[in-house]
Design a binder for this molecule. Structure first.
Ligand code: PCA
Length: 216
C-alpha cells in the first residue's frame, strides 16, 4: 500500500471555515485507490507552514503529495499548474505580512506541479464537477507550501507526484457572504476522492512511467 500525504489549511483571514481542512480530516486514514491517506492540517503561517509540511514529508516518506487550500474567489476546483518563488500577501494567522520575499533564496523562479493536472480537470468535468486548470496559486500560503514541497522533492531527487489543488468555498462560507459561491463540502470531498482514485500506482519511483505521466 502506498502513502499519500494530503494536506489542508486551518481557517484564515475573514474565513471562519476551511473546506480544505474538512476534506483532510474526513479522508485521513482512509484507503482510496492505491493509497493510504495521511491527512495533515497546516497552519496559515509564513514561517511555520512549510516547516511543518516538510516535517510530515520526512516522517511519512509518502509516495504522492496532494496539498489543498481554499480559493475564496473561485467557483470551481482548480488544480494549480505552477508555484512561484515569492511570498507576497496579506497577514497570516500570526499577523505577519510579506511583500516580495523569495521563498528559497537559492531556488529557481518556479516549479510545475507533477500531478497530472490536465487529466484531473478533464476527469472532474466529465464526472460533472466544475473544474479548470489554474496558472497561478497566488503568492500567499498555498503557493508557499506548493513551492516549498516541490523544491524539497527536487533537492532530494524523489520522483513522486506532488502538487496543489484549490477548492472553492463551501456553503458554510457562502451563507455569510453573498459574493461567494457555495458547494456542499461533501461534494468537494468527493471530487478530491475521485482525483486520488485516478492516480496510477506505478508512478512512484518508476522513471519510465514518470516521464510520460506529467506531460500526457
Ligand atoms: N488558502 C490560502 C491559504 C490557506 C488556504 O486555504 C491561499 O490560497 O493561499
Amino acid at each position: 500500500m502506498k502513502t499519500l500525504l494530503l494536506t489542508g489549511f486551518e481557517p484564515f483571514l475573514e474565513h471562519p471555515f476551511n473546506p480544505a481542512e474538512y476534506i483532510v480530516r474526513q479522508l485521513n486514514g482512509k484507503q482510496i485507490g492505491f493509497y493510504q491517506i495521511a491527512g495533515k492540517v497546516l497552519p496559515v503561517d509564513y514561517r511555520r507552514s512549510a516547516l511543518e509540511l516538510l516535517g510530515h514529508y520526512e516522517t511519512l516518506q509518502p509516495d504522492a503529495v496532494m496539498m489543498l487550500g481554499l480559493a475564496a474567489g473561485r467557483n470551481r476546483i482548480t488544480p494549480e499548474r505552477i508555484a512561484i518563488n515569492i511570498n507576497d500577501g496579506p497577514n497570516d494567522n500570526s499577523g505577519e505580512e510579506m511583500t516580495d520575499v523569495p521563498i528559497a533564496s537559492e531556488g529557481p523562479a518556479a516549479y510545475f506541479s507533477t500531478l497530472p493536472v490536465r487529466k484531473f480537470v478533464n476527469l472532474l468535468n466529465k464526472r460533472g464537477f466544475p473544474a479548470e486548470l489554474s496558472n497561478t496559486a497566488g503568492a500567499y500560503l498555498c503557493n508557499n507550501v506548493m513551492y516549498s514541497m516541490l523544491h524539497h522533492i527536487n533537492k532530494v531527487k524523489h520522483r513522486i507526484p506532488a502538487g496543489f489543488i484549490h477548492v472553492p468555498p463551501s456553503n458554510e462560507l457562502a451563507v455569510n457572504d453573498r459574493r461567494l459561491s457555495g458547494w456542499p463540502k461533501e461534494t468537494l470531498q468527493n471530487s478530491i476522492e475521485i482525483l486520488i482514485e485516478s492516480l496510477d500506482q506505478k508512478i512512484a519511483g518508476d522513471e519510465r512511467t514518470w516521464k510520460s505521466y506529467t506531460t500526457d
